[in-house]
Design a protein around this ligand. Sequence first.
Ligand SMILES: Cc1cc2nc3c(=O)[nH]c(=O)nc-3n(C[C@H](O)[C@H](O)[C@H](O)COP(=O)(O)OP(=O)(O)OC[C@H]3O[C@@H](n4cnc5c(N)ncnc54)[C@H](O)[C@@H]3O)c2cc1C
Length: 454
Amino acid sequence: MAEQTRDHILSKSEQIPVVAATDVVVIGAGPAGLSAAVSAARNGCSVTLVERYHHLGGMASGGMVLVLDDMVNEGNEIVTTGIVTEFVDRMESQDGAVYPPREDCLTNWEMWQKWSRWGCIDFHKTGMPQPIIHAVAFDPDCWKRVSLDLVREAGVNLRLHSWFSEALIEDNRVTGIIVQTKLGRQAIKAGMVIDASGDLDVAASAGASFINGQYIVTTVFRLMDVDTDRAEAFEYSEPEAYKKLDREARRRIGGAWGMWWLKTPLPGVVWCNCPHMPGYDGISPEDMVAAEFEGRERMMNLLHFARENLPGFESAKMLGAAEQMGIRQTRLLQGEYVVTKKDVASRRYFADSVCRGRDYYTPYRALLPKGIDNLIVAGRHYSVDSDAQKLSREIPPCMSQGEAAGVAVSLALNAGTALRDVDAKLIQKQMRAQGADPGDVPSANALIEDTVTA
Ligand SMILES: Cc1cc2nc3c(=O)[nH]c(=O)nc-3n(C[C@H](O)[C@H](O)[C@H](O)COP(=O)(O)OP(=O)(O)OC[C@H]3O[C@@H](n4cnc5c(N)ncnc54)[C@H](O)[C@@H]3O)c2cc1C
């Protein structure tokens, strides 16, 4: 067990320098962590943001997950706003984001041909053509630039190349964290802690309850020099021939969604959100090595087939795999409330909802571990069962969770209370003031049960 002095952490024989003392430390600079850090800083907190890699964005940039989904409900209302909208606007102004104008969000073949290869479809609907919806295709490097701008403008103290390794606990509080760097171990003291690692690294280290979830993993990649006009012309002019070749392409990659390639803001560059590889544990180094070998082999199988057989892909080349393995689900918090698949599927409204995605609402309690006063989580590892997480883990709702967590820590610090004692109504109010939709006003199709209250 580590002991603390003012300037150092004494851990057995080791003296660990304190490199920052901050109101709030956020661990993980993916979509959730970035939003949390910016939100907390804008609400007056000093914030330190810790990230293990050299870039900001997590799966959205390093993982090359290149379409923002789950932004609209069935009524076509945009439900993930606030910092999400800022990201989209800034990327668009740098030619780094593409999405359909509102008048194109229709269900017909004309719009399908115009927008489906941008990934702007409601893939939860089974009939064809699927509706065109507000979803945003973006460029990963543009995401990194916008992230840096937002973090710098908000005055966040950024610490890259720093791997979280241990939570420091006293009574029911996390008093700080230890990170591993090239210079050795370093300590960061904090009043409030936001775990946005995606894998629940901090909460697990602090002793919070969790389950080990698992889902398919993916070495996402991009191809360049693709003639997308020619590929689309073939798809629509010779649908039977296209279907046969496409089926074989998907067999070669070994697991893909309906469309294995999508357009990106860079002409001739396509995004391949595949292969789907089950059975790997996203926090096991051994499994990640095996997945790296398997994923790259499958990618090249597909490329060779595409070059030889698919119109439009004759000159295609491998632009490269994402820097980070595509991990969808690992540890999931089992906190003050555990969101179920039924909650998500039935559009269950919660009085303490602080953010939302598509048609689901996230209660504040689902961000809080039991028994720890000053730790909150945001992102894909929130308190949820494994099946529900598969339906509620997209980038924009993770960002909204982060924005709400940033508000919550500022309210707790100002009031000098534990996070669980923050009134969700105050979070909702501040989210609205920031332009974000906290889900406090249920949509017409929501399931409202009096028993589900804060
Ligand atoms: C292959 C794939 C396809 C997907 N497709 C879509 C899609 O089309 N649209 C969509 O909206 N969503 C999609 N998703 C889901 C979405 O990308 C994730 O759920 C979302 O990015 C989660 O955000 P997050 O911030 O919670 O976690 P992450 O994006 O995983 O970010 C976590 C951050 O924490 C950092 N970190 C982790 N551990 C540590 C540590 N110990 N110390 C320091 N830093 C640490 C990581 O480096 C990372 O930056 C997809 C996901 C995958 C994997």
